[in-house]
Design a protein. Structure first.
Ligand SMILES: C[S@@+](CC[C@H](N)C(=O)[O-])C[C@H]1O[C@@H](n2cnc3c(N)ncnc32)[C@H](O)[C@@H]1O
Length: 297
């Protein structure tokens, strides 16, 4: 498998072997990578099948620009867009359907590690958290400033599954007058209500909840799930890697409904998860769940 790993080893595509084994790449002419990121999965796919044409989509302009610069030797067409617009994107490509679809949800290591993007609790960042920071959409800092305590509580509860949602939301709002909204302030609030041993998990949960709300991530996924089957060719495979229980539930339910309608064969009765070995060298893979379906027809 080593010869198909991406050049930049700092970026490790999650569950790459499982993806390549299950996408039926050799029979794929057209591959829709809806979350291109830094192109790790797509690069490996084109190394396995150099006749494969990749439609690479990402909401993040920096990711698209990186791929433009580094993958101009590949058979790839780039779209700065959301995967939820699969219908419009294929229309632009003058294509009816594709043979394989991949969504690798969440955010890339690059986004997490870049302090300017404000995704991480580790640095003193202004809380931007937009995947598409070239747009005028609302940032996480604006959400904190504009939403009331109840609205923030709901986000922390639903998307972060956080027990102290109300207290954290209230304390954040209480501190708004004296403080700039940045990651340090959120971390201080969490420290004031959470015992030391639970803090790291709480940071992750609250930051994840803010990111999901900022980017309307569940709406994009729901829209995609409601239509992707129309754009997959018969026998074509769809793979979705998710990192959050709500996302995994949405995928599971959608695949089940499509199966009941006789449109999708479910390849994974239970989701695949990364091997212990992968988790040992890429800890960010640890919450990944992969579901695979095949279009019947
Ligand atoms: C986990 S990374 C993908 C990494 C990629 N598979 C690789 O190997 O380089 C997720 C990417 O999805 C993008 N993304 C998130 N939501 C999106 C959406 N609705 N449409 C398109 N891209 C999205 C993020 O900007 C990020 O670059």
């Amino acid at each position: 498998m080593n010869n198909i790993l991406p050049i930049d080893m700092n970026h490790l595509p999650v569950m790459l072997e499982e993806t390549l084994e299950n996408l039926n790449i050799n029979q794929s002419k057209n591959f829709f990578d809806g979350t291109l990121g830094f192109g790790g999965h797509s690069e490996a796919v084109t190394k396995m099948n150099n006749e494969c044409f990749v439609i690479g989509v990402d909401r993040d302009l920096e990711a698209i620009n990186f791929c433009k610069k580094n993958f101009n030797h590949l058979n790839i067409s780039l779209h700065h867009d959301s995967y939820e617009n699969i219908d419009l994107i294929l229309n632009r490509e003058k294509m009816k359907d594709v043979n394989a679809i991949l969504l690798d949800l969440g955010l890339s290591s690059y986004q997490l590690d870049n302090p300017i993007r404000g995704f991480s609790y580790r640095d003193k960042n202004t809380l931007d958290m937009r995947f598409d920071n070239s747009s005028h959409s609302i940032t996480a800092a604006e959400i904190i400033s504009n939403y009331n305590i109840d609205e923030l509580t709901t986000i922390f509860k639903e998307f972060g599954e956080e027990r102290h949602s109300y207290l954290i939301a209230k304390k954040i709002k209480d501190r708004l007058d004296e403080n700039e909204i940045n990651s340090e302030m959120i971390v201080e609030v969490i420290n004031s209500v959470t015992p030391f041993k639970y803090r790291k998990k709480t940071y992750s949960r609250i930051f994840q909840a803010l990111r999901i709300e900022t980017n309307h991530e569940l709406e994009h996924l729901k829209n995609f799930l409601s239509k992707f089957i129309n754009y997959l060719s018969p026998g074509g495979r769809v793979i979705i890697i998710s990192y959050h229980s709500i996302e995994d539930r949405l995928v599971k339910r959608s695949f089940k409904e499509l199966h009941q309608d006789g449109k999708l064969k479910i390849i994974t009765k239970k989701p695949l998860i990364p091997s212990e070995n992968e988790i040992s060298y890429n800890s960010r893979s640890r919450s990944a769940k992969m579901r695979i379906g095949e279009k019947i027809g």
